[in-house]
Write a new protein. Structure first.
Length: 165
């Protein structure tokens, strides 16, 4: 018999949905993973548009609400980078400066990840083995990557992104 009271009907429906989610947790997780796998480009584009529409407001609000966490994170990054600079010879410093100079001034450079040609302003100097995972700030660990590849790589190791070195 249908419920005449809409509030009661909504409450019953919510209770049914909650029970269903609890009872079919694994099945829902598998279906969600499959959906994300099949629709990865559309999901990325939707998230990119959402981020552009909010102009990074969520991240900014997090930074405002959690200044201690941000300060500690930045301090840890500086410490890792400083540790990576230990025992850097003058010659290595010059080579590193040259790599950064090429990244900023050369018209077209090939991205080491996707092997596409990148223009000025659309490239980064990337640590092949991330500093956060023990990589050093050395010429042998630096490469020029297009901005989209470097930003999607985050702090992954080369084998995690399918790169064989």
């Amino acid at each position: 018999m249908p419920y005449k009271d809409p509030v009661e009907r909504r409450a019953k429906k919510r209770e049914y949905q909650r029970r269903y989610r609890v009872e079919h947790k694994d099945e829902i997780r598998i279906n969600d993973a499959e959906y994300r796998k099949q629709n990865r480009p559309a999901i990325r584009e939707r998230k990119r548009k959402e981020y552009a529409a909010t102009n990074g407001a969520y991240r900014k609000m997090y930074n405002i609400k959690n200044p201690d966490v941000i300060r500690m994170s930045k301090a840890a990054r500086r410490a890792r980078k400083a540790d990576a600079l230990i025992d850097l010879s003058e010659e290595q410093q010059e080579v590193i400066k040259e790599i950064y100079h090429i990244a900023v001034t050369k018209k077209m450079v090939k991205c080491y990840l996707c092997e596409k040609m990148t223009s000025i302003g659309d490239r980064h100097v990337d640590h092949i083995i991330p500093i956060s995972k023990g990589g050093k700030h050395r010429p042998s660990n630096l490469a020029i990557a297009c901005a989209s590849c470097n930003l999607s790589k985050h702090d992954k190791m080369p084998n995690e992104i399918g790169l064989l070195l």
